[in-house]
Design a protein around this ligand. Structure first.
Ligand SMILES: [Zn+2]
Length: 180
């Protein structure tokens, strides 16, 4: 069942260029956290023609990373575009976020990217990513005054918790099960 939120129109998107810059800067500043991420393989798309869904659960999903289907990847590769992942964000949300929240939410989404581009996406380890919860708490996504990851001091993430994410025997497919 697909929820169109009462509006049957197809979603329309624009590319959020700033997100690509943020992901590349995060990768530069946190190479031991984001070693599995190739920034050029990710495109962030903003929904321009719909309101964010009214979430019953808090925090509601704020962004969603998906792996492009093999057939679409083949078409894109044929045209020289090596995109593997899309991140979908509602533009109303994006415009309401300051620099730090944009960074933290993109950090969360790209942390779903597995070390090898095989199988699905990296599943949350504790209904989220432990390294982000340990850093800023279970409610980081709605917290005020998140630290700026790029322009402030380098954040001291627990790198062992990231390594653990990629040590599982197999990645569990998490195509549409994201909640943040
Ligand atoms: Zn997630």
């Amino acid at each position: 069942m697909i929820d169109y939120g009462g509006d049957m129109a197809e979603k329309e998107y624009i590319v959020i260029e700033e997100a690509a810059t943020i992901i590349a800067e995060l990768k530069n500043k946190y190479p031991k956290i984001l070693w599995a991420v190739e920034p050029s393989s990710v495109v962030t798309l903003g929904i321009t023609n719909k309101e964010p869904p009214e979430g019953k659960k808090q925090p509601r999903r704020m962004a969603q990373i998906q792996k492009i289907s093999p057939i679409m990847r083949a078409v894109l590769f044929h045209h020289g575009i090596h995109v593997i992942y899309t991140i979908e964000i509602n533009m109303v949300d994006w415009m309401g976020w300051g620099p730090a929240r944009r960074q933290w939410i993109l950090l969360h989404e790209v942390s779903h990217i597995p070390a090898l581009n095989e199988g699905g996406l990296v599943k949350h380890d504790v209904e989220d990513f432990a390294f982000m919860i340990e850093a800023e708490g279970v409610d980081w996504a709605i917290k005020e005054n998140l630290p700026d990851l790029i322009h402030g001091d380098t954040y001291k993430f627990n790198e062992a918790l990231v390594t653990r994410l990629h040590m599982k025997d197999e990645y569990v497919l998490e195509e549409n099960a994201d909640k943040k």
